[in-house]
Design a protein around this ligand. Structure first.
Ligand code: MSP
Length: 650
């Protein structure tokens, strides 16, 4: 394939390793994958980076609650992201983890260099700290006394810490943003950053005392501190290449696009830009902040249990339908709402009806009229010229829209060409041409042009739907994969070779019939599918049914709580002594955030009495008590009248 000698570097955020991967994460990663694939097709040498952010308080706490080391915990969890990206056909060149040695070494070098240059200093600090977000705020940042980011309570903390002299770069940064029009996109988000910078910019606290938080990279100049998780994480964009010298030599720097969600624009536009300035490295060409997905109108979050589980979606609809839907449904930069109904709608109208039908009717007619061999174009009528110029226009518009990552406009342009080709077939009416000798000559051109248009469409949709595009290409009897044909092969009409043999393959996008759609939507309603996170390995959206015998295997018993105490160093766990009639059990329950131990004593609960004992934080738990949760609030299951201990519940 033709190479243009240019390099292209695109990144996603590195995702918090203990998050359950959901379509929000998939969205950014697919968006990066599309532009990476497009640039490759256009002859660029591409470097596409993603990964996981593995330090910080939340990981530390989660590992502690599970009774494993933080490293064991992250080693296990990062694979959920890696495996999902393989399923989504993500073509990343590197997957970086912040607990890897290669990353830690670079963070240490950078910290040392900045410290030696006087960019980092130690001072006593008083500020408002949001523990879940692991961020300090000043008094003026707070909204109604709470964290401006997540709205949760903040605590006042006074301690000595290390600071990066971020404030000194305020004027320079404002100037940089204003004079580089595309540095922050979309424009509305750029204005938000400028708004943020209109208030005095403080220095950035880049350390956390190990006494409070030890799961991080120790500061090279003071063992009593670890590096603030954001300062550590942002450096992943450098550590993937190695040292600063390697960065300067690799030709990929600076990034063409850092794709981020709108939630983390400030950390990129302000922290990252000033860090780079201090290091003497060029700033990214573009930081693009996209919007947020809600699900059926609700914010996606683990605690709300309405995560849309991407593995199940892939099982149900296929990878390409989801890749297409996410980028077609909502303009990149705006918020969007995910619904299965809209997904099915797009699949049926755009993919099955418009594109699928065009491919089927064209290949079927070539089979029927030319025994499957692509004919040679002979004549060029008015309709043909209209179609070829529409295709040329489409290619040029698509190219231009990539500059602004306007994915939905790119797809809508391509679908205009799909429609124009369908209309071309209707206007030229091949079924009538086939009836006469003269018509048969014309039919050759019509079939050739329809197939050539489909070849163009396949190349244009390839970045979005790589599997389907390659399959279309094969069906058109082309044995050179799209990846090798490149964008230059659609620079002019006529790239399709006559004489190629149409291959029949199974239908690309079978229509989801009304009955099936109704069933999918009803299942989602009843199973609350869109409300429950599922294991990454879950194979389908369907709720598995069990028999009464299966259910009876679970030994549920009433139990009276005799003793309750909080487990030391755990936020969530309470240790209970429970009387279940003929014996007393020690049970650990993750309810400390909802109940005080005193409230529990004397209560009758339901215990899973035949659960294999397990150790949490080194303490044995001999059973599990039942509870429900809504909006993050945990409520214990129980009875509306007294029952003795040890009664079987069924
Ligand atoms: N670890 C930091 C990023 C460090 S980058 C140096 C982080 N991780 S995260 O797991 O919370 O992922 C954040 C990113 O996931 C968002 O910026 C966005 O790209 C994506 N999304 C998470 N939830 C989302 C939605 N509901 N909708 C769309 N994208 C969202 O922040």
């Amino acid at each position: 394939m033709h190479k243009n000698g240019q390099k292209f570097f695109v990144t996603t955020p590195i995702y918090y390793v203990n998050d359950v991967p959901h379509i929000g994460h998939a969205y950014t990663t697919i968006a990066a994958d599309v532009v990476a694939r497009y640039k490759k097709l256009d002859g660029y040498e591409v470097y596409f980076l993603t990964g996981t952010d593995e330090h910080g308080q939340k990981v530390h706490q989660a590992a502690k609650d599970l009774g494993v080391t933080a490293q064991e915990h992250v080693d296990k969890l990062n694979t959920r992201f890696k495996e999902l990206w393989v399923r989504f056909n993500i073509c990343n060149d590197d997957f970086i983890r912040t607990t890897e040695e290669r990353h830690k070494v670079i963070v240490l070098n950078i910290l040392k260099e900045l410290f030696d240059k006087g960019e980092i200093y130690k001072a006593s600090y008083e500020g408002w700290y949001c523990t879940p977000d692991e961020r300090f705020w000043t008094e003026k940042d707070l909204v109604n006394g709470n964290c401006p980011e997540c709205g949760r309570k903040v605590e006042k903390i006074t301690e000595s810490n290390y600071f990066f002299k971020m404030g000194q770069y305020q004027e320079w940064l404002i100037e940089h943003i204003k004079s580089n029009e595309n540095f922050i996109q979309p424009a509305s988000r750029k204005n938000e950053v400028l708004g943020f910078l209109s208030k005095p910019l403080e220095d950035l606290c880049i350390s956390r005392p190990t006494s409070r938080m030890s799961w991080g990279i120790p500061l090279p100049f003071d063992d009593d501190y670890v590096t603030y998780v954001w300062f550590d994480a942002l450096i992943n964009y450098i550590s993937t290449f190695g040292t600063l010298d390697k960065i300067r030599a690799c030709g990929f720097w600076p990034a063409d696009h850092h794709l981020v969600g709108k939630d983390i624009l400030t950390t990129h536009a302000v922290y990252w830009s000033t860090m780079l300035k201090a290091m003497g490295l060029p700033l990214p060409k573009n930081i693009f902040a996209h919007g947020w997905w809600t699900v059926n109108g609700q914010k996606m979050s683990k605690s709300l249990f309405n995560v849309v589980e991407p593995n199940s979606l892939i099982d149900q609809f296929g990878v390409d339908t989801i890749r297409y839907f996410l980028l077609r449904e909502v303009p990149f930069g705006l918020d969007g709402d995910f619904s299965h109904k809209a997904l099915i709608g797009r699949r049926n109208s755009d993919l099955a009806n418009n594109l699928g039908n065009l491919l089927n009717r064209t290949t079927n007619m070539i089979q029927k009229y030319f025994a499957g061999t692509i004919p040679e174009a002979a004549t060029a009528g008015e309709e043909d010229t209209a179609l070829t110029s529409k295709a040329a226009q489409t290619v040029s518009n698509v190219r231009a829209f990539y500059d602004d990552l306007a994915y939905n406009k790119i797809l809508s342009e391509i679908w205009e060409l799909v429609d124009a080709t369908n209309q071309y077939i209707v206007k030229t009416a091949p079924w009538n041409l086939a009836k006469t000798e003269e018509g048969k000559e014309r039919l050759k051109s019509v079939m050739y042009n329809s197939a050539e248009s489909l070849r163009t469409i396949a190349i244009l949709i390839y970045p979005f739907m790589p599997e389907s595009a390659e399959s279309m290409n094969r069906q058109l009897g082309i044995d050179v994969p799209i990846e090798e044909q490149g964008m230059q092969s659609v620079a002019k009409w006529g790239g399709l070779k006559s004489g190629g043999e149409i291959q029949s393959v199974s239908q690309l996008f079978p229509r989801i019939e009304d009955k099936e759609a109704e069933k999918i939507l009803a299942d989602i309603q009843t199973s609350g599918d869109s409300k429950k996170p599922q294991a990454a390995s879950a194979k389908s959206d369907e709720v598995e049914q069990i028999t009464i015998e299966d259910f009876m295997k679970v030994d549920l018993r009433t139990g009276k709580i005799l003793e309750a105490e909080k487990v030391k160093k755990s936020k969530k766990l309470i240790k209970l002594k429970v009387d279940i009639g003929n014996e007393t059990r020690q049970v650990l329950a993750g309810i400390a955030e909802a109940y005080e131990p005193d409230q529990l004593i004397g209560r009758t609960i339901i215990l899973v009495a035949n659960l294999k004992p397990a150790k949490l934080m080194g303490i044995e738990s001999q059973g599990m008590i039942l509870a429900g949760s809504a909006d993050g609030k945990i409520i214990l299951g129980g009875f509306d009248q007294e029952l003795p201990e040890g009664v079987r519940v069924r």
